[in-house]
Design a protein around this ligand. Structure first.
Ligand SMILES: Cc1ncc(COP(=O)(O)O)c(C=O)c1O
Length: 407
């Protein structure tokens, strides 16, 4: 029995002859029962297209990503020789990311499942190259570094942030030592979307010959376009000589399907430090954390990048910033204060009891995050959030804040 794939017309057929008819000829009653069970459970989920998720850094994948994902469901990039076509798609996607981040010819990329794996892989490389275990990172760094410390026995040394919530470089200078394996800077922090002074950090690291990883999981698909839109923000990419690696997530502002990120490293040979011999599969070496990994998110992200192009992403960032500005005004009109003027499409709203406000908003169907450390709630204005949605949300926020004495 053949299943005809209609995604790309009649381009491919999936052969299911190896299954007995009883296993594959879908009994419509049985199928319906399974679908009903799944749909019942899925109904409990919040979905991005409802517009009620205001606290996530993910979004509705582009419709093309949805289609292409299905087409590549059986591909395995863990065994590269088995799928040279999908491997080529991966190379082309890495080339696209490389151009976006102005990576030099000496560089290469490693596809990862997202920001966590990007950070783990970067610190793994730094540890292998230096033989050292100390990571200097701002207090605002993502919690994935806690996993890194635990997994690889590395030590985290926190660098305080300034009043603008970015890494205090004077402290960094004092903390770099012979035992430092890497410095981490944020280009789009998880909590507030701030950008550390990457050019200064880069200079220090170049001078001290220390590995410098830029976590641009969120900001990687925002900052290049903000710069073109004439926002005054620091440089963050490989044009800065001291930047050793950058992680960037496509499943955040790249409008692609989960799970997908890329870790770019300045020198190809660095990946050798995290490669192992791989007997039993067709490639001689395997690089990175994962073994079997799907080509579907890679193909989907590549298709989206081809379709949207540079201008498409720029337009999306422009529109997210427009909604961010609108949201900022509406919140300030309520009489609430922001933690800081937004750098990108992330807003922190100061509250005395953020946990209670988040709980009450959730009871009314709105998903927002609390950041107890900064006594605020965080709104992320992703592409699916429109001004109309904000117009719906603001009265709910106002009523909630009045009820809990925030206003
Ligand atoms: C700056 C930053 N780094 C890393 C991560 C982790 O990304 P993921 O959840 O895709 O692993 C996030 C997630 O929000 C992030 O904002």
């Amino acid at each position: 029995m053949f299943y005809i794939n209609r995604v790309f017309g009649t381009v491919s057929f999936f052969n299911y002859d190896f299954l007995s008819p009883a296993m594959i000829s879908l009994d419509s009653e049985k199928k319906q029962k399974i679908f009903n069970e799944l749909a019942g459970l899925q109904q409990r989920d919040y979905c991005f297209s409802s517009g009620h998720i205001l606290g996530s850094m993910c979004t509705v994948p582009h419709p093309l990503a949805r289609e292409v994902y299905l087409q590549f469901l059986e591909t395995n990039l863990g065994d590269l020789e088995l799928c040279p076509g999908t491997k080529e798609i991966e190379s082309r996607y890495i080339a696209f990311i490389s151009k976006l981040l102005h990576a030099p010819k000496t560089s290469t990329g490693q596809i990862v499942s997202g920001g966590t794996e990007g950070n783990i892989t970067a610190m793994w490389i730094a540890k292998q190259l230096s033989g050292k275990k100390e990571i200097l990172l701002p207090t605002s760094a993502h919690f994935s570094f806690q996993k890194i410390a635990s997994l690889m026995g590395m030590k985290l040394v926190e660098i305080p942030v300034t009043d603008d919530y970015v890494m205090d470089v004077t402290h960094l200078k004092k903390k770099i030592r012979k035992t430092t394996a890497a410095v981490v800077g944020l280009a789009g922090s998880t909590e507030l979307g701030t950008i550390d002074p990457i050019p200064e950090i880069s200079e220090i690291c170049a001078h001290e010959h220390v590995f410098f990883h830029v976590d641009a999981a969120f900001g990687g698909f925002v900052i290049p376009f903000l710069k073109e839109l004439h926002y005054k923000i620091p440089d963050f990419d490989f044009r800065l000589k001291g930047v050793s690696s950058i992680s960037i997530d496509s499943h955040k502002m790249g409008y692609a399907a989960i799970p997908l990120g890329t870790l770019m490293v300045r020198k190809k040979q660095w990946l050798g430090s995290i490669s192992v011999d791989s007997p039993y599969i067709s490639s001689e070496k395997q690089t990175g954390l994962l073994g079997t990994r799907s080509g579907a998110p890679v193909a989907a992200a590549y298709a989206v990048a081809q379709y949207l192009g540079h201008e498409g992403y720029k337009q999306m960032v422009r529109s997210c910033m427009d909604v961010t500005c609108y949201t900022q005004k509406r919140i300030e009109q309520l009489g609430l204060d922001l933690v800081m003027k937004p750098t990108m499409n992330v807003i922190g709203v100061k509250l005395k009891k953020p946990g209670i406000v988040v709980k009450k908003l959730s009871e009314q169907g709105w998903r927002v995050n609390k950041i107890e450390r900064l006594s605020c709630i965080r709104l992320v204005l992703m592409p699916q959030i429109t001004k109309q949605i904000i117009d719906e949300f603001i009265p709910v926020l106002q009523k909630t804040c009045v009820e809990v004495d925030e206003l």
